[in-house]
Ligand binder design. Structure first.
Ligand code: CA
Length: 234
């Protein structure tokens, strides 16, 4: 499938970042519409119905978080946040308001394109009701067989607890996308009062150890400090 059917709305007031993102996306076959303000973004969102929004949080007229809040009342179009802010709270707020992912400035071409691809793919999955359920997830030597609830690394079968498996399966179903602590806890423990960030971190440490990942090593799962976890994309 060609990329050129995808229209991306870029809401960013910094001229150098705007031209970098625009050039990168257009070179890769995406159609880009631009604005430098939150109000302009809302207007263009209605008139262009973009497939994806790339949104700067620090806009001159209104906070980018307000854009997310308003758009989410009417649309589930993926929103990718550009954040120069160093606090994790802004990223978590954006994700909890319904943003799909974020990129921290400064970022490179490869990272931008990877995030765009994942966000658009998630959108396709959301709207394609006929898609066949996926039975197997493969990432390097890691394989998850969902019907059998079986996890292997190479030839080795990995013995996970039910909770560890549920965490790993949930992350893999959203590979490439950051998932907040609260989103994972809600999905795995159902009622957030029976789960906690501490419990999640303990389980995650056990999962890494069982998968043979050494401390500090970024294999399979990235630790997005203060925000959550991201399973690497195939
Ligand atoms: Ca800005």
């Amino acid at each position: 499938m060609s990329n050129n059917k995808y229209k991306i709305l870029l809401v960013e007031d910094e001229a150098n970042i705007r031209s970098f993102v625009e050039a990168t996306l257009e070179t890769n076959g995406y159609q880009v519409v631009l604005t430098g303000s939150c109000t302009g973004g809302l207007t263009m969102f209605s008139s262009h119905a973009p497939d994806l929004v790339i949104l700067d949080l620090g806009l001159p007229d209104r906070d980018g978080l307000e854009f997310i809040k308003i758009v989410r009342q009417v649309s589930s179009a993926p929103i990718l946040v550009l954040s120069a802010r160093t606090t994790e709270e802004d990223k978590v707020s954006a994700l909890d308001l319904g943003a799909n992912d974020y990129i921290t400035k400064p970022f490179g071409t490869a990272e931008l394109l990877a995030r765009v691809r994942v966000a658009l793919r998630n959108r396709r999955f959301d709207t394609d009701e006929d898609r066949a359920p996926r039975n197997v997830f493969i990432l390097d030597d890691l394989k998850i067989d969902y019907p059998k609830r079986l996890v292997t690394v190479g030839e080795k079968e990995i013995g996970l607890t039910k909770t560890e498996y549920n965490i790993l399966a949930f992350l893999s179903e959203h590979a490439g996308k950051v998932l907040t602590y609260s989103a994972i806890i809600k999905a795995v423990w159902r009622f957030s009062d029976s789960g906690s960030v501490k419990k999640l971190q303990v389980n995650m440490a056990n999962i890494r150890k069982k998968l043979g990942v050494r401390p500090g090593e970024n294999r399979y799962i990235l630790n997005e400090l203060g925000v959550g976890y991201r399973m690497l994309d195939e």
